[in-house]
Structure formats: structure tokens, C-alpha cells
Design a binder for this molecule. Sequence first.
Ligand code: GCB
Length: 647
Amino acid sequence: MPIMASHIGEENMKTLAKRALIASIFLCMTSGSVAAEEEASDSLRPNYLLTASINRERQSLSGAWTYSKDLYRTGLTDIDGRPAKPRLQRYRDIDVQSIEAASGIDFLEFDMDRGPTMMVPGAWNAAVPELRYYNGLVWFQKKFTPTRTTDGRAFLEFGAVNYRAHVYLNGEEVGTHEGGFTPFVFEVTDLLREGENRLVVGVDSAHDDQTIPTPITDWDNYGGITRPVHIVYTPRTFVDDATLRLTPDGLLTGSVTLDGPEANGTGVHVAIEGLDAEADVTTGSDGQAMVSIPAPDELQRWSPDAPKLYDVRFSTVDDQLEDQIGFRNIEVSGSDILLNSKPIFLRGIALHEEEFGTNPARRITPQAARSLLGEVKNELHGNYVRLSHYPHARVMTRMADELGLLVWSEIPVYWTADWDNPEVLEKAKRMQSETYFRDRNRASVILWSIGNETPVSEDRTAFHTALAEHIKALDADRLVSAALLVEGDEKNGHPLIRINDPLVDELDVMAVNSYAGWYGSNTLDELPSIEWDVPEDKPLLFSEFGAGALAGFHDPEGKQKWSEEFQAEFYRQTLSMIEKIPNLRGMSPWILKDFRSPRREHPVFQNGWNRKGLMSETGVPKIAFGVLADYYWKKMQSEPVSIESVE
Ligand code: GCB
């Protein structure tokens, strides 16, 4: 099959060309050129986007896959970095059993066909007890027969693989990807064969000082193919990307990008169902056409109260792509956040990507997303979620669009990174680009966070500044934030907490994490007297505050840490402390439900779980859930909220 070799050759060429471009951009960027920055944004655009592929003809590869663990990475390399021995290359397209039956000289030290099985998507940590704390390489194999009904192109689409993926189809390398929380796509048109195909993916979950995040986090690393894998079928020339948004000056603006032999000079019809808004555009030599339609008067703006989504259709003679898009404006004015020109208070909660249950596998099905976000919307009376500490599954942002929840989206630049390493910065920017291109049609996403609790230093601030510039160059409309560290002091005998971080200048919205009353020396009754010294010319969010409690563990006096009563009192006192801050515009306390964390090993209260959830891991609400729900209910009714009156 000659196409296979040329396919890889082409991928390599693209990568080399990109590297050259990135290197030259990096040189230009040091001279501060704006044009160079724009180019840099574009160079990190994924080769294929397959926007709204959920609405395309596609074949799910979910289900049982066989696997083989490979602690020493023998399937990739031999000692001293030499090529792996063929008898260990798990991705070979061979029938091991018949080779063995032939009784020849060759033997194999694997057999992907007879390996144990695991459900994909899903983390191996939850699937197999001996892999609970395994960090390293595992090979996965799926055999499948294409269901294609059209005679066009085929793409292999991964929702996410944590952390590195080495992908092979029918024994040929298709490509690699780094980053555990963003999608990636490879074209496999010429590699797919009729009948049975063999897909093998080497998944390496090891983290080091140059990965994002680094190895130390406060959540379970969850190795594996954690999000769905599909084969997506398209016509030869297809709409790879189509986007439309409402600009502040009332235009529905966006672009359509075609890919394929007829990509250039092709007409595209854009129509929005239920609205008198249409456009006919023609693609240029780059396969792209810009779209701009005056927003009709009857356009209903998307909001948490009325999460109206429109079916938007982009049609060519060969292809039709549809996406469900909400239209809204988001901006900052002084210290206010304005949604559709009206000030909004963000009644939120933070979430990890972890479903309810005693043994979560980071398997976010639509039902799992609905039940997590449904708690926020219906029981907590929220209008906002912080999807921490990395981009969550696509189904979450789509569900947020549908249910009406605003979203803080985050890349896993968490606690630390190799700040002065340009390759690490490029990885972080690539994660931003992959997230942006995946979610740019989601009205729910309003905030891009560029980091969480990173200690202030010159290198770190330069790194974050570059990320702020990168995301702004991609997306001038959404807001940029970061969860900042704060410092404690004293003023006239009172405790004082201040933000002292030059990164504030780069942010549209400031955000802080506060654990006074849980970590540190403050008692709960001191909290309301703590003064906050924060810049007042921008909106402030509390991106975190929280205290641990084991569901069902009680101390009626509320004095003992880990009791539900202590946690509830922590919420009352913290709310009372922060609501005095004049530019407070929202919060996402830590966290909706208890989540797995290997840092947390108290044998009675934790056992591998961070207990700061308002609910247990199975969804049993703790007392503090009611405290926050009541607070939000009152905020929602626009009643003046008095903490004293909260139950
Ligand atoms: C934080 C981190 C979060 C932790 C939390 C905690 O500040 O941002 O990832 O899980 O504190 O529980 O200590």
C-alpha cells in the first residue's frame, strides 16, 4: 500500500514545516511583533478540526479493547534508544497464534489479540486493581470493520488520551499526540481496508517536569483512552470547520473552512433555522470563507435563564455540516461582568472530570454529564461551573450549552511548570489552541483560565503573559482569567489577605483561591474580620474555597475538622467574609463532589479521596450543599442576602 508511506511522509512534512514556522515565529516574537503573534496562533491550529463531528456519519470504537502493559516501554524502544525489537512491537499487524503454530524460529513476547480486555473510553486505574497507581505505557488494541457508506474520506478522532498517544493502524504509524485533555484527529482514508482493521494505541501516562501538568497534582492522573474514539466519514471535500458568533456590534460573524480537492472557490450556503438569516459565501485559495450576517431583531440571546440554541447549517454541493449554536455577548465593564449587556453574578461550583460513583473512571457519558451539571443547575441553583483543572470532555461544554451554565475553561498549568522552557510554553499554547478550536461555538464558555496557583516569579509571569496573549489573539471576545495565589498580612490587629501579583494586569477577570479557615491558622469565627486588599477596577471571582468533610461524619458543635457541620460553618463564614468585597462578581467553591486524589491518605477520613466535595463521591449531599444552595437561591431571587439567615 504505497499510500501508507506517503501518508506518514506527509504528516512528517507538515510537522517539520510547522516546527520551522514556530522557530521563526519564536524569533519574531522576541522582537514583540503583533503580526508574528497572530501567525503563532495560527501555526498551532490542529490540522483537522472536524467541528461538530457529533453530527456526522461516524463509527464509535467504544467498547472492549485488549491491552498489554509495558512498564519498560519495550514496544517503543530497546536499550540505549535503539528501535524496539520486532518481537516486542505490540502494534504489528500480525496473527501471533498462527506464527506460533508454524513452529518457526521467530517468537513473539506479546499477543494483542489474546490480551485481557478493558472498556474504552475509561481510565485503567479504575478498571484493573494492579493498574490503580500505574503510571507508564499501556498498549490498547481494537479490531473493527469500517461501516462507511460514502466513498469519501475517513478520520480517526480521539476525544482525549492521557497523556501521550502513539497511534498505529494496520501496523503503520499514524501519528502521536501529547496532552491528556484535548482532541486530536488523523486522516486514515488510505490506511483503512475493507474487512477487519487493527487499531493499536500506545498510551503513556507518565508525567515529568516538562509535561503539562507536571507529575504532582491534587487529582488522580487517570491514564488511558479516557474519551471516545470514532472513525468519522466525510465526502472528499468537506466542511472541516465552521464557526459563528455574535459580535458586540450585533453581527453574526464567523468562517467556514473546507478541506479537500474542491476546497478553493466553492460556494457555501449558511442558514440559521428559525431565523431570517442566511448568507452565500465562496471560499478563497485557502479553502476559507468569512461569514457576516446582521443579527436579526428576533434573535434570542443565549443565557442561563434561556439557553436558546439554533441549528446552524453550512452547506456545499457535497457536504452539509450542522452545529447547535447559542449567541450571546460577554464583556467586562469596570468591575462588572456583562452577559448580553446586563451585569451577572456567577453562582458557580468547581468540578473535576469525574463521574459519580464509588469507582469513577473519568468516563463522562452524556448521562454522567447531565447528572453532574444537573446538580449544579437544578439543586444548587447555579448558573456557572469551573471545569477544573484542564479542558473537560466535549460533552460537558455541550451539556452546559444545553442546560444553561456558564463555563470557566482551564488548561492544566497547575502549581508549576518549566517556566523558561520555550517547548513547554509551546505545549501550553497548543493546549489552548486545541481547546479553543474545539469549543469556540459553545456559548457557555465565557472564561479562559491560563493557570492555577502558580507562585509569582518573573519567568512564571512571562509564561502566563504569553498564554494570555495567545488566547486573546485567537479569541478576542471571551474573557481571560487565572486562579491566583494570595498572601496573608495583618493590619491594625486584623488579618489581611492581598493579591500581589503582576499577572493581574493581563487578566480581564481576577480570581483567587482561598482556604483561610481550613489551611493556615485562622479560626472560622475570625473569617468575617479578614480584610481583602484587592484591586477594585476589575471583577473578582473566588475560583476556590473549601473545607474537607466526610459525608455522614458529624460533630453537632461544628468544631471538628472533617465533620459536615464544620464544613457548613466554613461556608457560612467564608460567604460572610467575601461578600463584603465590593467587586466580587462570582464564585466557584471547591468542589461539587469528593474526588480521587493520591495526595489524600488519611485512613479514616480520606482513603485516597479529597473530601472537599459538597457531595460524597456517590452524590450524597453534605450539610454545606444546602448552605450554598440556599445562598444561591437567594441571590437568584435578587433578594438581599444575609448570611445570618442562611440555614
Ligand atoms: C487548591 C487547588 C486544588 C486542590 C485544593 C485542595 O488550591 O487548586 O486543585 O484540590 O486546593 O483541596 O487543597
